[in-house]
Ligand binder design. Structure first.
Ligand SMILES: [Zn+2]
Length: 342
């Protein structure tokens, strides 16, 4: 990409209120059948238009066609029973009633490829597509079949690789895997987490990214953050292995977080999507605050590898707030862009 500091979002953006109840995770659809398909496409168009209007450089679908970043992908797979639910602890943090793996998992047909093709038709800008990562997928299920987190993760990695290859063929420029679980299960990350992620990107020619964050701005996450102390060093655990991996881009939570910025030094050489927008507050960042976060990151990332971004998805926020935050991101990036080119 020629433009310096190209902006993007971590992934999800709020849905219109006619499509799903706003400011809510797993919000049920308000339309059915053909009306729902049409509504999802219209919402995708709107979300794209809002990103473009805010000056975002690498655009996405805003995850308008999915109810949740992990479950919607899993719903399309064989081997998972959504009726048979069990309560499990997600990322050691909160209990959720999740579906059960009852047989061999398989992807019978493409999950998001038609949606990606639709987005591709709407714009010539670079597009990024998010998929859940293998470790985050297994952490959102009860496994009564493989009875091994690692085995199931390898199976999901193969499935994700099939989907990713088709997304690439549909014209996606960057495929991103969301792995918030990398911030929790450090031994697994190093034993097989990064390896399964590399399996998921095997053979891809497009750029690849991993997004590791401290989660949406929901209560379970903000409560957890309060227990993490004054310095959040979780990234330190996965970074050395990620630095050696084939992943091109690492997407991180940096703004208003207690992550010491110098940890980014550990992934020197990678492109870094620096989260400069806090998704856990309705307060709109001032462009100068965004610029400050980017300036701090520039001490540890070369300017041609810094991609200003949001800390995480913005699905649970109101549309007004999300729009204003996107504009602040663009304005903040522009301040630093001018400083660099002077
Ligand atoms: Zn996130």
């Amino acid at each position: 990409m020629k433009k310096l500091l190209p902006t993007s979002t971590a992934g999800s953006l709020p849905k219109p209120s006619w499509l799903a109840e706003p400011e809510k995770l797993w919000s049920p659809w308000k339309l059915q059948d053909e009306g729902l398909n049409e509504g999802k496409q219209d919402a995708l168009r709107l979300s794209l238009q809002e990103q473009q209007h805010a000056g975002i450089d690498i655009v996405s679908d805003g995850e308008q066609t999915r109810q949740h970043f992990v479950t919607t992908f899993i719903e399309h797979l064989d081997g998972v029973d959504f009726e048979n639910r069990k309560t499990v602890r997600i990322r050691n943090r909160y209990d959720a009633n999740v579906p059960t793996v009852v047989g061999a998992v398989a992807r019978r047909k493409a999950v998001f490829v038609d949606d990606a093709r639709f987005l591709r038709e709407q714009t010539k800008q670079p597009i990024k597509w998010a998929l859940p990562g293998p470790m985050t997928m297994i952490d959102t299920l009860y496994d009564a079949h493989y009875k091994s987190r690692e085995k199931l993760a390898w199976e999901f990695a193969k499935i994700l690789n099939q989907e990713a290859k088709e997304l690439e063929a549909a014209g996606v420029d960057i495929i991103q895997f969301d792995e918030p679980a990398f911030n929790v299960f450090f031994d697994d990350v190093n034993d097989w987490g990064v390896a399964t992620l590399e399996k998921a990107i095997e053979g891809l020619k497009c750029e690849t990214a991993v997004h590791i964050c401290y989660g949406y701005g929901i209560k379970a996450n903000t409560d957890w953050k309060k227990t993490l102390g004054s310095e959040w060093r979780q990234y330190e655990e996965a970074f050395p292995k990620l630095q050696k991996s084939n992943i091109d881009i690492v997407s991180l939570e940096c703004h208003n977080s207690h992550v010491p910025m110098d940890l980014i030094e550990l992934i020197r050489g990678k492109k870094v999507m620096v989260g400069a927008i806090d998704v856990a507050t309705n307060t709109i960042e001032k462009p100068e605050e965004v610029a400050n976060t980017l300036r701090k990151a520039l001490q540890f990332v070369d300017a041609d590898k810094l991609y200003p971004c949001t800390n995480c998805g913005m699905a649970p926020l109101s549309r007004d707030v999300a729009r204003a935050k996107l504009s602040a991101l663009s304005a903040g990036a522009e301040i630093v862009r001018r400083e660099i080119s002077n």
